[in-house]
Design a protein around this ligand. Sequence first.
Ligand SMILES: Cc1cc2nc3c(=O)[nH]c(=O)nc-3n(C[C@H](O)[C@H](O)[C@H](O)COP(=O)(O)OP(=O)(O)OC[C@H]3O[C@@H](n4cnc5c(N)ncnc54)[C@H](O)[C@@H]3O)c2cc1C
Length: 465
Amino acid sequence: MKRIAIIGGGIAGLSAAWYLERARQSGADLDWVLLEKSDRLGGVIQTERRDGFVLEAGPDSFLSIKPDAARLCTELGLAGELISSNDAERKTYILVKGRLVPIPHGLEFMVPTRVWPMVMTPLFSLQTKLRMGLELFLSRRTDAGDESVDEFVRRHFGREMVDRVAEPLLAGVYGGNAEKLSIRAVLPRFAEMENTSGSLVRATLKAKAKAKAGTKPPPLFSSLRNGMQQMVDALANALPRSSLRLRQANLQVRPSGDGWQVECGGNQEKFRAVMLAVPAPAAAAALRQVPPALVEGLKRIEYTSSVAVALAYQSAALPPGHGFLVPRTEGRKIMACTFVHKKFSHRAPEGTRLLRCFFSSSRMPELLRHSDEDFAAMARQELEAILGLNAQPIFTRTFRSERAMAQYETGHLDRVAAMEKIIGQMPGLFIIGNSFHGIGVPDCIKSARLAVEQITSDACQPAAV
Ligand SMILES: Cc1cc2nc3c(=O)[nH]c(=O)nc-3n(C[C@H](O)[C@H](O)[C@H](O)COP(=O)(O)OP(=O)(O)OC[C@H]3O[C@@H](n4cnc5c(N)ncnc54)[C@H](O)[C@@H]3O)c2cc1C
């Protein structure tokens, strides 16, 4: 029988366990065990309920266009629990010189696709609006190397588009910095468009014309009625308890014969395969006797920390829409705020308001030194300054995610390819989760699914351990 160790019980590790368990129940001759450092499963996914409000510590949803998360929910019997973002009421604001300006209709991420809303919007200066028109005439790029999102967007639309749109939008996803993030790793679709068409406007318009002939696009985001934790709970309930081991600190993983040895608290166990489903620095710290280039490559992947403050209100006057983003150039502490009760149904009692404010170590390097009370006070000050909101919240709740957001910096994909080459020479070792190929929940689930497919495929049936 093949024994497999999964290290880490976030969504990647739990998904790996789910797919291995399904293979086992379908007759595959394997067994698995999941080893989690902390006393709970789910990793950054954690939902709390308080006074009828649904509070998310980490992800509040996933991109509907990436199928792995919704598919997993369906496999878990949660299809009826899936909910969609209220896209009809979607409106997002950018803070510009202290004023909230809505992102104009027809701006697809940073690519303008409609003329009139671009002409009318106060979001951009006349110079940027002219740059948008000239972008149509850009020719294909012959040197297709990687570059930062900042450089890429600046070449197409100028500095203002970086500062007012690309940087705040990406900060909302990665909690990072557009000057460091790799265009090929974080916005591969745009890098591809440039390679094939030159102009992003032309390529986007062409893609939209093609899509029109097809079906209605899915909602932008999906989530679960009772919060993202529902997925974690369903996974934990579907898996054999005896295979889920919590409080497994200081694990060490080393090659041993034709398999892998995992050591924990003096106990040593042998496995045919090990799936590391932990952040890259934790994987680097666990690995022993592997090529130093792999360990160095893993350590090289930076992670930022973030803090989310939930504020529940009996009532509050807010502009319509789903929230606002704050460009770095505004010089504020807050990075973004979601109007949670608007983005999704089932998140707050009728008539009440639930806001979620984000702070990141990429803007506040000393982030985690502040207390929960400091963050609650900071969030209230920022909301008062930006929205004029000075109502007393029913409660506030601060959640911290320490070094949880992987930053795919320029050259990331080349460094990953080099690491994957090394890993390819060490049968039975898998790195899954958010280190390499996408930090979204669906990406992490996909990484687990693909690794399990490799483990269970006939082509690479390893010797039993
Ligand atoms: C605040 C925040 C908001 C986000 N919002 C969204 C969103 O809206 N949509 C979206 O798609 N994505 C979002 N993401 C990203 C996404 O949630 C994560 O990338 C994804 O959940 C990571 O899953 P994972 O299993 O790879 O890692 P994690 O969730 O980090 O889990 C890793 C697990 O490994 C354990 N571990 C660590 N070291 C060891 C060790 N040495 N031994 C054993 N166990 C160990 C940890 O305790 C943890 O349980 C967000 C992330 C954060 C932090």
